[in-house]
Structures are given as C-alpha cells and as structure tokens.
Design a protein around this ligand. Sequence first.
Ligand code: GDP
Length: 453
Amino acid sequence: MDENDEAIRTPIVSVLGHVDHGKTTLLDEIRGSAVAEAEAGAITQHIGSTVVPIDVIERICNPDEEFDLPGLLFIDTPGHHAFTTLRSRGGALSDIAVLVVDVNDGFQPQTVEAVKILDRTETPFVVAANKIDAVPGWKTQEDAPFAETFAEQSERVQNDVENALYEIIGDLHDNGFQADRYDRVNDYRSTIGVVPVSAETGEGIPDLLMVLVGLAQRFLTESLTTRPNGSGEGTVVEVKEKKGLGTTVDVLVYDGVVEVGDTVVVGGQLDPIVTEVRALLEPSEKVEINEEDEFNRVDRVVAAEGVKVAAPELDDAMAGAPFVVVGEDDELGDVTQRVRSEMDEIGVETAEDGVVVKADTVGSVEAVAKALDDAEVPIMNASEGAVSRRDIVDAETADEREHRAVIAFNVDVLEDAREYADEALVKLFEGDVIYRLIEEYEDWVEGMEEERA
Ligand code: GDP
C-alpha cells in the first residue's frame, strides 16, 4: 500500500445528554453486549475509547445485508463537555452522536444544550429514548427482536411509550429538527431517528446500533475516508503525568498512521510543540498492580484509534489541541504554521466593551463564546483557567454596567478574585451548564433594565 491509498475508517461516536439520563449505562451496555457477542479479544479497549468491530455489530443486529464499515469507535467520556473539547481541524472530532433522553423525564437543560452544540457543529445524531423499562406497565421481552415487540408493548401499555416518544419528537421540533420514530424514518440525514431503548435491559440497543451504522454508512463515507499509510493526525484527549514517562498525551488518531520515532507537532498553551514520539502505549489485557505493566508498547497505530503517546516537552500540551505527524514530504514550518493557526482559530471574536469569559478547556471557551454570540452578548476577552483578580479588573473596565460580568464555566474562582468582585461590583456567573449561565446572565440584565424603567 502506498501513501495515497484510501480506506474507510471507523466512525467516532460520542454520547451526549442530560445528567442521569443514562449516558454511562448506555456505553456500558453497548460494551457489555458487544463483549457477550464477541470471541475473546475481539473488542478492543483503547485509550479513552472502545472499538466495537463490525462483525460483532452484525452479530448483535442481524442485518439483511453486510455492513461496510470497520466498526464503531465510542468515546468513553460521555457528555457535551468532552464533545466540545475534542475537536479536529476546527470542527467536532466525533463523526456521529447519540443523544440520550430519559423518556420519563423528557428534554432538560443539558439536552437542549447538547442539541444546540450538535446543530452548531453539524454533527449527525440519533436519539436514544432511554429507560423505556421504567415506563409504567412496560415488560421486558428478552427473546424477541425489539422492532417486533414494540407494537405489542405499545398496546399493552396503552401507548405510554409512544406518547413519551412523541414528546421528545416535539421537543426536537421546537429546537429546529425534524424527527420521527426510527422505524418510520426514510432519510436519517433530514429526519432525526428516535430509538426507544433501555440501557438497563439492553432492549433496543441492536436497533440503535443499526441506525448508527446506517447513518455513518450512507452519509459519512466522504468524511470517513482516510489514508491508512499517510502521516498521522489526531486530537489530544488528555494530558497526563505518567510515572517513569513524564508528561504523556492521550491522542485519538483520526487519520493516517503514527509510529515510534515520528516527529510530531502538538498544539501548546503558547507555541506549537515540536517533539519526537518515544513510545506508543495501549492498555494491556490484564491490568497489573504495578502501574508500569498497565500498558503494552506498540510500534505504530492506524486511525481511528486511541493511544497514549510518550514524548519529551509535552508539559504545555492542551486537551483538544491538534497532534500532527510531520511526514517525509512535509515541511516542518508548514505543519507548525497549520497547528498554530488551528490553535488561533480556537480564539474568540472580542469587542472593546463586553463580558469576560473563563472556562476550563479550549473547546468550552469556544462553546461559551458561541452561546453568548447567539444571545448577542459581546465578549471583551475569553480564556481558559480559574477566575483570577486580573479577570475582575478587566470586567470592571467595561463601560456598560451590563458588561461588568464574568461568565465562569466549570472553573474555580480564586478567593481574592471573589472578594474583589464584591468590591468592584462585578457580577460573577458560575456553573456547568452553558445554557443556564446565559439565562442567568440575561435575567440579571433584564432585572437591571426593569429597575431603570
Ligand atoms: P448519566 O449521568 O447520563 O451518565 O447517567 P447514568 O448512566 O449514570 O444513569 C443514571 C441512573 O439511571 C443510574 O442509576 C442508572 O442505573 C439509571 N439508568 C440508566 N439507564 C437506565 C434504564 O434504561 N432503565 C432504568 N430503569 N434505569 C436506568
């Protein structure tokens, strides 16, 4: 194979949704049912992700025709926070998403937030209408395929499930999406499929996997085309200290190949980092007590795959930053420039007078900034990290009273900053739901306007 050969890589799938709606349980159930179907060793646990190979999915789903993808890669960390942090070339790293909605609880603030993020990043998604087993009257049928039992179940529980599904379909509609029950959808690109599932009993999981594979297969093949022998590209998932190895980066490789000895450019807090791959590590089958034995060393990895990379000089690397191999025909300067401009793109449009934004990662700074932009709230500056006194001083300089505010997403507020905010009459908004932060900010502004009136 040469460098220009092309292949279809494994689609990258993220799971999003409101807290407690069952994201973690769903991921566990998918892994669990895959393990149950697989020959020993067929499921591969990667760094930060799990790959379910296509033959395992076929055994679970029993499709009429063969699927034409290598499998599905599930990012192990659910939630829109991980989703917005994990980017590639300025967009979302995930190719598809599963939006989990508890049928008994319906749309909640983080559901709305997730839908907005999926909309903005143009990420195709499927809704897993979860916890159908908890709908009053529902009986689990272990043996029958879900699609057949649905009608029987609907009759028996007097359409309770169906009504719950229609509420979700209505909420999607209110958020600008056409949606329908998955078995009535012809085109999953224009209509969001809603699949009733139970992460607890496993019902509906085959249908969910089937819809995911169908969606990827039909509509994503272009973005899934990769050069299996081209130079590797990935996204830093996490930066971690590792005993005996120093600072390492966990990388999701989404294109090409990464090999030990490769020169790579990694996005850093200030400048791009140029370094050389010393070791590539994957989780070993049996986890030993001795930390050193937790990993197997490998010589190369091919997209899409998660891997831990040991290399010098990684201290300034950032989660969400690009990781790019400098190929034989590439100029180091070009690659560095590209990484630098990708890091700059993460930057936010600022105004002379506006609020101050602080958030915990590059991706979340951007997500908060986008949400403020949608709400037509100008930003004076936006950066990562805890709220410090300096941020309050910045906010204090705003001309408009309504701009003397700091929007702090998922970060600490340093003690002296909090004290000074009181003194300087700078309003602090803290939280971990972007959409709520903005609502609170808008309520505050509205309150001031009413006072003035
Ligand atoms: P997350 O916060 O979205 O990751 O939600 P979890 O996966 O932690 O689930 C929250 C709670 O809901 C846990 O107590 C789960 O056991 C429960 N749960 C998740 N899925 C189901 C389901 O399909 N049926 C029922 N009855 N409970 C579920």
